[in-house]
Design a protein around this ligand. Structure first.
Ligand SMILES: *Cc1c(COP(=O)(O)O)cnc(C)c1O
Length: 463
């Protein structure tokens, strides 16, 4: 297995090396703008606010825990991606990061397209008003019903992930009397994660058709042979929370090589290449993500260069950022319930949510930051672990972070960068109703997904 590590990357993935704690920041009241949504600030009294509304009033109105999402920031990020990629490229927001009807409306208005990967996400996209032609449908095992619904709705592209699916989509399109646009999901043997990537990743995974194994080329042949399919291009997605473009470089080179092979074998130049998502964001001040302009420039250069070498016309490029758009736009607000100082170790700060509203720490060892939000404090820093209220010792929200030593019961604390993969992965563990998502902008706050109630949960329990 050959490895390529980022020269500036001593950190592996999201994991802090054992026994290593960063020094406390000079002032715990400072909110690092890299990590927090654009309109987040402290007012003169030191209370955190978002979109012009203070967290105490937000907690009063919406309760805790709750996700507060900066609509202004969300829209600005959409526009930045749209403008960076320009008119000859497409940006598909990856709906699995977080999707609701309001989000679909914002995306539609800001000119983004949308990736879905289940019938439920497809329904939300359609009900939210996304034109079907701007939707791409992903998944390694879409059901026949999902495929039929997508074809009937007129979804622009279905990203096919198996031989069976080529037949299923072709049959659904024949029945509907349409020619369905498809891309082929290619496994390029690159696995990227944060500061390193593996150029010869094992292909021992469920997604895609293998480039090295030849099944991708066979899928192209079969898709071209189906009259009811229009093969638009090739798709590759190499990982998540990526900071280093070199994984994309290898993946683009391999996909372009397949484009050239397709031209040589079939005399067809495919029009599109989708390089997937996975662009990283800052969860802590140590993370340094690139902006969409730099990413767009790098991807254009890579694809342009590879196409020149292969003497191919440059295909239409698309990307699929999820986390990079919605992740930084929200924080989770919790109320502190209990404080347990463990002398010589750390102080456990228990909040009213936990792994049911943020599973990423338990699932991926993800790192997060935290700040005292209801007030400012000049107390000295204490090494804290923010934990939830669930019946698991792994129920950790923020593994290691500093909070002011006078943080106590009743205080509100906020965990930033929880816009992606938190509400969308939330569970009802311990029969916990899931928190609301509240959009805030220009001094106004409104739930876009309301809080679940115990009644909601009991309604499913038919006795
Ligand atoms: C998950 C996923 C994305 C989005 O990943 P992010 O890390 O949120 O940018 C994009 N495309 C595909 C195919 C995915 O599976």
């Amino acid at each position: 297995m050959s490895r390529s590590a980022h020269p500036a990357g001593p950190r592996h993935g999201d994991v802090l090396p054992e026994g290593h704690y960063a020094a406390p920041p000079a002032d715990l009241n400072v909110l690092d703008e890299k990590v927090w949504a654009r309109t987040v600030e402290r007012d003169e009294e030191g209370e955190v606010r978002i979109g012009g509304v203070g967290v105490r009033a937000l907690a009063e109105e919406f309760g805790t825990p709750a996700y507060f999402l900066d609509e202004t920031d969300f829209r600005a990020r959409c526009r930045a991606w749209r403008e960076a990629f320009g008119a000859d490229a497409d940006v598909f927001y990856a709906g699995k990061a977080f999707l609701s009807r309001a989000v679909v409306r914002w995306l539609t208005e800001e000119g983004l397209n949308l990736d879905v990967c289940s019938g439920g996400e497809l329904s939300t996209a359609l009900v939210g008003g996304m034109p079907a032609g701007r939707i791409a449908f992903h998944g390694n095992n879409k059901s026949a019903a999902e495929i039929e619904r997508a074809v009937e709705a007129g979804v622009g592209r279905i990203v096919v992930d198996s031989f069976e699916e080529i037949e299923r989509v072709a049959a659904a399109a024949r029945t509907a009397g349409v020619r369905q646009g498809v891309q082929i999901r290619v496994t390029v043997g690159v696995e990227a994660h944060t500061h390193e990537f593996i150029a010869t990743a094992h292909e021992d995974q469920k997604f895609g058709l293998s480039l090295a194994g030849g099944t991708a080329a066979e899928a192209v042949r079969r898709a071209l042979a189906e009259d009811s399919l229009e093969l638009l291009g090739l798709h590759s997605h190499i990982g998540s929370q990526i900071f280093d473009m070199s994984g994309f470089e290898v993946s683009a080179r391999r996909v372009v090589a397949l484009l050239a092979q397709v031209r040589d074998e079939h005399g067809v130049e495919l029009a599109e290449i989708d390089l997937g998502g996975g662009l990283g964001i800052a969860y802590t001040s140590e993370d340094d993500p690139q902006g969409p302009a730099e990413i767009a420039k790098a991807l254009r250069e890579i694809v342009g260069r590879e196409c020149e070498v292969a003497r191919l016309a440059v295909p239409r490029i698309s990307v699929e950022p999820g986390r990079a758009i919605v992740g930084p736009t929200a924080f989770t607000l919790y109320r502190v319930g209990t404080i347990k100082p463990l002398p010589g170790l750390r102080t456990y700060v228990s909040v009213d949510g936990g792994m049911s509203d943020n599973i990423r720490t338990a699932l991926y060892d993800a790192e997060y930051s935290v700040a005292l939000a209801s007030r400012r404090s000049d107390a000295p820093p204490m090494l804290a672990r923010v934990v939830g209220k669930h019946c698991e010792s792994g129920d950790i929200v923020v593994r290691d972070a500093y909070l002011p030593a006078d943080t106590g019961p009743g205080d509100l604390i906020a965990v930033p960068a929880t816009g992606a993969y938190c509400r969308s992965m939330a569970s009802n563990y311990n029969h916990t109703p899931r928190p609301p998502v509240v959009a805030v902008a220009d001094g106004r706050a409104g739930a876009i997904v309301r809080r679940e109630t115990e009644e909601d949960l009991l309604r499913l329990d038919v006795g």
